[in-house]
Design a protein around this ligand. Structure first.
Ligand code: UD1
Ligand code: CA
Length: 462
């Protein structure tokens, strides 16, 4: 179920596309369904349906996902009823997951399945110290689940119940669709409530089972309705992701300050200092050191790499034994081959630095190749943009670019060539040559004293 707008988020973006650990919330229940081997998987979509469908297609191109449209959101029972046609050829148990319950481990859905036996309806419950506005699980004298009452429809005594509905169900398909069609909407919200299938099952003499989660497990089944819930879901996800990293051999000096997206991989013996963020498809190898404040997005890092404090990389590749930063910025298409050193205040974009090349201080390298072992001096700039188009700079292996050089692209510096400091290079430099483009220095002896004397004489005249 993912058709609702999520009014309580007060957002222009539909709820299920809000990210948790870097992925839209809808990712997680669909991934669980895939992990459970569900076939088909039906996504009930409504608000911003095109955007949600496009995401699902991109994220799960191989999965048997069908979309059912719920044009008007008349409630959760109506949402499931909209999947009827997509499930017309299906007989068996239907697992119903909520698009806004992103942190529920797939294993808990398997446990629901095991707990249900051959019951017609199974429900995941949570026992919570603060049952908040969740639907309450009302039990009969024998302790069997009798019905679920939405918070807004609760009698005062029902509000005191601490067992609540997580919004995750297993229901026999035939019973489900026969029953949903007959439900009314005589309730506080005037909606068709999926939760009413429990009372309906009991009335029909069908068995109903629950899997009630407690403690930390109960928290994992928490839903997201507003941004407070969203932050809580993010926190739960981060706790789980950090634990996984640490158990896999990664040192997090201050775990609570490290943020990783779902899917990020880090090798053993890598040390991560406080305030680091690893986003998107980032992968970091073993034995690396990520200093404080490092941000890596969709970046692949080899082994034994040191990224010094406050460096930022986006869609970059950093091979083994490199040293980056502090305060370096590696932009999309940066490739640093083994042993490269990129120092402070160096920005790179669409630039490959081959083995052992160095740019230690204050440079911009864009649309460039820096050959193996070349040294790019402080303040070097590739002037890659002429106001209309981008051009390439090619620096050969072992070349030496003097400090404060501007390389006006397109231009190349041959293997082993030298460029004198302060040069503006507009023509290719041959391999093994020296290029100097600055004007020759002129010294004027005694200039300061003469100037002072002339000034004094002028003042005497006034
Ligand atoms: C629902 C349950 C409540 C439970 C809570 C757990 C009902 C009536 N109530 O309440 O008992 O404690 O979840 O998180 O089911 N949706 C649709 N179409 C609709 C309405 C909702 O697709 O017409 C989708 C929403 O997009 C969302 C999910 O169903 O992903 C749950 O809807 P929401 O409105 O958040 O239900 P709750 O009020 O949280
Ligand atoms: Ca909800």
């Amino acid at each position: 179920m993912a058709a609702g707008l999520g009014t309580r988020l007060r957002s222009a973006t539909v709820k299920v596309l809000h990210p948790v650990a870097g992925r839209p919330m809808i990712h997680y229940p669909v991934r669980s369904a895939i992990e459970l081997g569900a076939d088909p998987i039906v996504a009930v979509l409504g608000h911003q349906r095109e955007a949600v469908e496009a995401y699902l297609n991109a994220a799960f191109p191989e999965a048997p996902v069908r979309v059912a449209l719920q044009a008007e959101q008349l409630g959760t029972a109506h949402a499931v009823l909209c999947a009827r046609e997509a499930l017309a050829d299906f007989d068996g148990d239907v697992f119903i997951l909520s698009g806004d319950v992103p942190t529920l481990p797939t294993a808990l859905i398997e446990r629901l399945d095991a707990a249900c036996g051959d019951a017609a309806v199974g429900v995941v419950g949570m026992r919570l110290a603060d049952p908040a506005a969740y639907g309450r699980l009302v039990r009969d004298d024998e302790g069997q689940l009798a019905r679920i009452v939405e918070f807004r429809d609760c009698a005062p005594a029902e509000k005191a119940i601490d067992e609540v509905n997580a919004g995750i169900y297993r229901v026999d398909a035939r019973f489900l669709f026969e029953t949903l069609a007959g439900l009314g909407r005589d309730n506080a919200q005037g909606e068709y409530y999926l939760t009413d299938i429990v009372g309906a099952a009991r009335a029909a003499g069908k068995a109903v089972r629950t899997l009630v989660l407690e403690g930390e497990e109960a928290a994992l089944a928490g839903g997201v309705n507003d941004r407070v819930d969203l932050a809580a879901a993010e926190a739960r996800m981060q706790t789980a992701l950090r634990r996984t990293l640490m158990r896999d051999g990664v040192t997090l000096i201050d775990p609570a300050s490290v943020f990783v997206d779902d899917g990020v991989e880090v090798g053993p013996d890598t040390v991560i200092e406080p305030g680091v963020r690893l986003a998107g498809g980032t992968r970091v190898g073993r034995g690396c050191h990520l200093e404080q404040g490092v941000v890596l997005r969709d970046t692949v890092v080899g082994d034994e790499v040191v990224v010094h404090a406050y460096s930022h990389a986006d869609r970059a590749i950093i091979d083994d034994d490199c040293s980056v930063g502090p305060f370096a910025r590696l932009r999309e298409g940066t490739v640093l081959r083994a042993g490269v050193k990129v120092g402070n205040f160096v920005e790179t974009k669409k630039t490959e630095m081959e083995e052992g090349a160095k740019a230690s201080h204050l440079s911009y390298l864009g649309d460039a190749r820096v050959g193996a072992g070349a040294n790019v001096g402080a303040g070097t700039i590739t002037c890659n943009y002429d106001g209309r188009a981008k051009h390439r700079t090619d620096i050969g292996a072992g070349a030496f670019i003097g400090s404060d050089t501007q390389l006006v692209a397109p231009v190349s510096v041959g293997d082993g060539a030298y460029v004198g400091a302060g040069s503006t290079i507009t023509e290719d430099v041959p391999a093994g040559g020296l290029a100097l483009s600055r004007t020759r220095q002129r010294n004027i002896p005694g200039w300061v004293e003469r100037k002072a004397r002339a000034r004094a004489e002028n003042e005497g005249k006034d």
